[in-house]
Design a protein around this ligand. Sequence first.
Ligand SMILES: [Zn+2]
Length: 140
Amino acid sequence: MGFERFGKVSYVSETKVKDFVNYLEQGKIMGTQCRICKKIYFPPQMDCNNCYSKDSMVWREIVNEWTLITYTTAHFAPTGFEDDIPYILAIAESPEGIRLFARLSKDVSEDQLKPGMKLKLVPVRLPNDKISYEFKPIGG
Ligand SMILES: [Zn+2]
């Protein structure tokens, strides 16, 4: 499958997923940017949905300061994650205008959350040596 070390479905090639995982392990939040139309993607993508150019992507570090837009508590989970419920899913926007849907850290409770607050993405280790990321409040 190519993303055995990454816990989320992605749309990038195996090589790029490996790079992405390596960056995450270093604590770097890397997206891709289209050289042609300059659109930025996170999670990284290999082909541009905006101008449809193929293989036009370069790595770019994402400004890791996200603004919480909305959130919801999930009481269901995909196979393998049943032990995690309930958990909070958030949508937040980066300064580049990227909207990202990701989980919030388990140590954050719903009453600490307020739309407009600042979040950062942090890498998390999953069982079986997988890696993913989640949101945490900045300074919280
Ligand atoms: Zn493009």
